[in-house]
Design a protein around this ligand. Sequence first.
Ligand SMILES: *[C@@H]1O[C@H](CO)[C@@H](O)[C@H](O)[C@H]1NC(C)=O
Ligand SMILES: *[C@@H]1O[C@H](CO)[C@@H](O)[C@H](O)[C@H]1NC(C)=O
Ligand SMILES: *[C@@H]1O[C@H](CO)[C@@H](O)[C@H](O)[C@H]1NC(C)=O
Length: 296
Amino acid sequence: MIIHLWRYFYTNIFRFWLKWIVRLVTGKCELQRICNGTRKNAERTLRIEYSLESSKYKSLQNAVNATEDEVEKYVAFIIEEKKIKIQKDIGFASKLQLCLLQISGFRKLCLAVEDLRKQVYNSDSKEHEEQLMELWNLLMPHEKLKARITKQWCDIGFQGDDPKTDFRGMGMLGLTNLLYFSKHYPHEARQILARSNHPKLGYSYAIVGINLTEMAYCLLTKGLLKSHFYNSVPGTPQLNDFHQFYCYLTYEFDKFWFEEKPESIMYFNQYREKFHEKVKRQLLDYNVVLALKNEK
Ligand SMILES: *[C@@H]1O[C@H](CO)[C@@H](O)[C@H](O)[C@H]1NC(C)=O
Ligand SMILES: *[C@@H]1O[C@H](CO)[C@@H](O)[C@H](O)[C@H]1NC(C)=O
Ligand SMILES: *[C@@H]1O[C@H](CO)[C@@H](O)[C@H](O)[C@H]1NC(C)=O
């Protein structure tokens, strides 16, 4: 109760007066102080985002929802609304613009990922079927698929004789991630597939891959990938940047699994959670960039 009251007091009253006093003394508003006082990394963009969201002006709050095209307009608007003397703070407008572009870019990426996730795998779609075949060919270059519906799919870690039912809640996002990893890191993908057949520590390569897509998706929708993208992409992150993050997860999960040596796949839940917590801790760092570096 007291904590709630204090939080209310802090965010609504104290924070407002504190900002007002600091502004009076320094002649600069909070946004200017953030832009000049923080290094150009995720910290700056996150603090600008927080400052705008908790602004008492609805019009400033809306700036975090600006689309890419509206960013310039919002920058001009904020400068006017906060009566910022830009001739005395030369870099401010461009710094704020960069932050807003990253904020809008992240939102756009979330929408694109959501679109792909909502696309259900459809065996009547030529495009979907081609992607599935391409996945097989990349992972098993020396083995021909004997039929579309075959137990061979289990060799790359699907559950039954038709992968279409294995994508479940992740839809085409799951397949696109698997395919991206095999295409851009063919050596690593085949190596991990081979390791996943380990007699004791083995796991289902494709099923776990789809599960890690869900992990990446949850981290994204909870906003936990903001620092990573703000640090690694100067403007709007693209779907490929999300796929790259998935590649990192797949590669690191396999390493983690073989280091931890679980007794059996029955403990998947537990080790998945442990890995998830580890990644979440890394993502809290303002300087975080989680990337698999050796792309071919
Ligand atoms: C921005 O958009 C999100 C969802 O897209 C919404 O929940 C939030 O209320 C919006 N913020 C403002 C200030 O309009
Ligand atoms: C930015 O910060 C530096 C010191 O950290 C200070 O000297 C400079 O006046 C500041 N510039 C603006 C425009 O606030
Ligand atoms: C991934 O694994 C966790 C733990 O076993 C499970 O709760 C979750 O439903 C799985 N998600 C998918 C998409 O398979």
